[in-house]
Design a protein around this ligand. Structure first.
Ligand code: ADE
Length: 264
């Protein structure tokens, strides 16, 4: 069994390569856990100048990516119809979240299509693309950084990609909460001490402190996330008290979850 495969279609493949060739993604590729192929759409342009864009019908500014090289690139690599989802990176797509990353990680093969210029011919969107993703409500110059964001967030969820066997479990957002603060040596730096509980060796106390820090951080920075996080009765009691002490208002919270907490 090979790893997960990504085929990326772009006019600037060289912009992605350096990021893929270091650290965790590089090791994942070396171990065969992921395989990433970069395809230059320009290689499928048939005219002498290898044209990939043209003026918009109806006038107006900017250039539009032509349909033919995009269809030919994707179909020559993936067949017709393509053998896997074809995801267009665009600010008009559904917003990328940890949940979407988890959903995409279920596939063994994805194609990522990076737009450039002012846009891409609508027939690509209508007749080739099967999904559209935005990495957030801001506009970039192209889909290359968003494609890297998707590859990175999906790859680190695959078994074996992170060294730690519990991998991505404790992450901000995986639990629906922001992550607790981290400390390493030295125990005192410029007079700032590591919280005593972390030095105590009491694992139950440490787990409780971390959970409470996650809840507090989420309450202070992203109270909207509390609405969909699985919270226990103890979490809810802690939050109500913390909110009252700080004069903060809690959003409407769900019923307590009776699922096991993972951290003890
Ligand atoms: N292309 C340009 N901006 C983008 C964004 N925010 N998300 C995905 N693709 C994009």
């Amino acid at each position: 069994m090979g790893g997960m495969r990504f085929d990326v279609f772009t006019l600037f493949p060289e912009t992605l390569r350096p990021y893929l060739e270091v650290s965790i993604l590089k090791k994942a590729a070396e171990r065969g856990l992921i395989e990433i192929a970069l395809h230059n759409i320009r290689d499928w342009a048939r005219d002498k100048h290898h044209t990939t864009d043209d003026l918009p019908y109806g006038g107006g500014g900017g250039m539009v990516m032509k349909p033919e090289p995009v269809f030919e690139a994707v179909e020559s690599v993936l067949g017709s119809p393509p053998s896997c989802p074809v995801i267009l990176l665009t600010p008009q797509g559904r917003v990328f979240t940890q949940r979407v990353a988890q959903e995409l990680a279920q596939h063994e093969h994805l194609a990522l299509l990076c737009g450039r210029y002012e846009g891409i011919d609508e027939r690509v969107r209508r007749h080739l693309v099967t999904d559209e993703i935005s990495i957030g409500d801001y506009v970039l110059t192209g889909g290359e950084l968003p494609a890297l964001v998707v590859i990175d967030a999906v790859s680190r969820l695959l078994p074996g990609v992170l060294g730690d066997p519990d991998g991505a479990y404790d992450d901000s957002h995986a639990s629906g909460l922001l992550e607790y603060p981290h400390y390493t040596r030295p125990p005192e730096f410029r007079g700032w001490r590591v919280p005593e509980v972390l030095l105590s060796g009491n694992h139950a106390e440490i787990a409780r402190w971390r959970r409470e820090q996650s809840l507090l951080r989420t309450l202070e920075r992203r109270p909207d996330l509390l609405k969909s996080a699985p919270l226990t009765e103890a979490d809810l009691a802690f939050l109500r008290n913390a909110a009252r002490e700080r004069g903060l208002t809690l959003p409407p919270l769900p019923e307590p979850s009776h699922e096991e907490q993972h951290d003890e």
